[in-house]
Design a protein around this ligand. Structure first.
Ligand SMILES: [Zn+2]
Length: 152
């Protein structure tokens, strides 16, 4: 995971918006000349072919969006990654979420436990921090999409 894709949410206080004490946001960059927003962040040059190029400024993306598409990532990793074929493999759900203000679609996993049968196109979701991977020393954070009203 590349640094700078989302806020270090431990530094943020509750904005009264979500009630869970964190303000977790994806971070993109916006061209100062044409206002195009990029995620993943683009820091070298504006990718709008009609733009002469401007300064790229970091901006937090919308916290909420609407489900545009989704798919079921239901597979078992191939050997040798799973040593115990009887171990339960937790399937995951990939969601493409349309951010209206930025006019872009951002992919991400749904929060654990959300299945494709829980989702519908147009459903409102919000971005929340999630665990990408962890070991005894380190937890790598990523983002998840959580349907509004779902238990956290
Ligand atoms: Zn531009």
């Amino acid at each position: 995971m590349v640094a700078g894709w989302f806020t270090d949410y431990t530094d943020y206080t509750d904005d009264g918006d979500d009630g869970d004490g964190v303000d977790f946001r994806l971070l993109g960059t916006r061209c100062a000349a044409c206002a195009s927003v990029f995620f993943p962040r683009e820091d070298s040059f504006c990718r709008n072919p009609a733009c002469g190029g401007g300064e790229l400024v970091e901006v937090p993306l919308s916290k909420r969006g609407r489900v545009w598409s989704y798919t079921d990532g239901r597979y078992r990793p191939p050997a040798p990654y799973v040593s115990d074929p009887d171990a339960e493999w937790e399937p995951y759900t990939i969601v493409a979420v349309e951010l209206e203000a930025e006019r872009m679609v951002v992919l991400g996993q749904a929060v654990p436990g959300v299945r494709v049968t829980d989702l519908a196109v147009g459903m409102e979701v919000e971005v929340v921090p999630g665990v990408l991977n962890e070991n005894a020393e380190t937890v790598w954070t990523t983002w998840h999409w959580r349907p509004m009203g779902a238990p956290s």
